[in-house]
Design a protein around this ligand. Structure first.
Ligand SMILES: Nc1ncnc2c1ncn2[C@@H]1O[C@H](COP(=O)(O)OP(=O)(O)OP(=O)(O)O)[C@@H](O)[C@H]1O
Ligand SMILES: [Mg+2]
Length: 355
């Protein structure tokens, strides 16, 4: 484990901010702070911050409500802003690779290299083939700066900006360990965005963002019933077993609308899995781990399991991370359990670690 202190993990999603802080308590990673702040709709649209003041207000409110002293935080950028490529390169030294990367990036990244921040990591060396696999990540500087700027305006000190799909992977790794063999898919289905990250032999082999998520289901309910967005959200979460408004009487057609929308979403996710299988030559996805708020809809797992012919289970971010019940409102945490994987992945980051 790297030296340093845990940063405050802040996931600014399009529907809400999720905040997690970890601490090692008697050698066990423990959640000691959890915060959830719903954002008004249209705060983040297509990955762009449209209403910075709503986010700043949310961050300030979380910091004072949770009495957080630490200002150093880690943030995520979403798939909108990131391009991830896996490259097979001839074996070379780190120094040679450092020289080669900008050239590779020119070839692989459809943006001006000046506008992106490049990061890379050697995933695996395969001396027998004379090759090595390298993960190339390019994130748009503008979007990294936007995220960091909002945090700075809220008087925070952003120390790390991570890629959302990899934060979920980090949350998975500390809780489950990385499987040495086979393929597992980590799928985070949020409000506006779904990220798919397939690990093959424990190494990210395929990462894709799909601009679709729970919002599409809410929109469908809104449109079909001619009601407001807020009402449609309540119906959706209530029909899915959520506890947002136990008094709401859900119209009879809602479950059917949800099922149809879920079918569409799962079909789109399956296309990514099929694409991976077709291009990698791998035979099957062994298991799917679901996270994100939309994973709360039971039909989601059922539809994916049927289509992908692979067992689907929720990614439990607290399988191997303890929760301090004296510090954390466990009822609130359980309500948002599916939504905290990105924030947990971010909260695992430490300052003074090499980024
Ligand atoms: N119990 C529930 N039943 C059905 N849907 C739910 C439930 N809880 C949350 N959701 C849906 O999950 C979505 C929010 O999930 P999440 O917090 O993962 O998204 P986000 O991080 O804010 O957004 P994104 O990452 O897409 O920008 C919303 O569409 C919300 O309606
Ligand atoms: Mg999210």
């Amino acid at each position: 484990m790297a030296e340093g202190n845990y940063l405050v993990g802040v996931d600014i999603g399009s529907s809400s901010i999720k905040l997690c802080q970890l601490k090692d308590v008697r050698g066990k990673r423990t959640l000691v702070k959890f915060g959830y702040y719903p954002l008004p709709s249209q705060t983040v649209v297509d990955g762009h911050v449209m209403n910075a003041s709503a986010i700043i207000q949310g961050l300030n409110s979380l910091w004072s409500q949770l009495k957080l002293k630490r200002k150093e935080c880690s943030l995520a950028v979403s798939g909108h802003a990131v391009i991830i490529r896996r490259l097979a390169l001839p074996m070379m030294t780190q120094a040679e690779l450092a020289e080669q990367i900008p050239w590779e990036a020119e070839q692989q990244i459809p943006y001006d290299i000046k506008d992106v921040q490049i990061d890379y990591e050697v995933l695996r060396r395969r001396p027998e083939q004379g090759q090595m696999d390298v993960l190339l990540v390019a994130a748009k500087k503008e979007e990294i700066n936007d995220a960091a700027q909002v945090a700075r305006e809220a008087k925070l000190k952003p120390a790390v900006v991570d890629v959302d799909a990899f934060t979920v992977q980090n949350a998975f790794e500390v809780n489950y360990g990385l499987p040495r063999e086979g393929n597992v898919a980590l799928i985070n289905i949020g409000a506006g965005l779904t990220t798919v990250n397939i690990l093959s032999g424990g190494i990210p082999a395929f990462t894709r963002s799909i601009v679709n998520g729970g919002n599409a289901i809410t929109e469908e309910i809104q449109k079909r019933l001619g009601i407001s967005w807020e009402e449609a959200e309540v119906y959706k979460t209530h029909a899915a077993g959520g506890q947002l408004d136990a008094r709401a009487v859900v119209p009879a057609e809602v479950p059917q609308i949800i099922r149809q929308a879920v079918e569409q979403l799962s079909a789109e996710i399956l296309r990514s899995l099929d694409f991976y299988l077709a291009t990698s030559g791998e035979r099957e996805i062994g298991r799917i781990y679901l996270s994100g708020g939309t994973a709360n809809i039971p039909e989601m797992a059922v539809a994916l399991e049927r289509r992908a012919k692979a067992p689907v289970e929720p990614l439990d971010p607290f399988r191997d991370i303890a929760v301090d019940p004296k510090e954390v409102n466990t009822e609130q945490l359980n309500l948002h359990r599916a939504q905290v994987c990105v924030a947990i992945g971010l909260a695992l980051r430490k300052d003074r670690e090499k980024v």
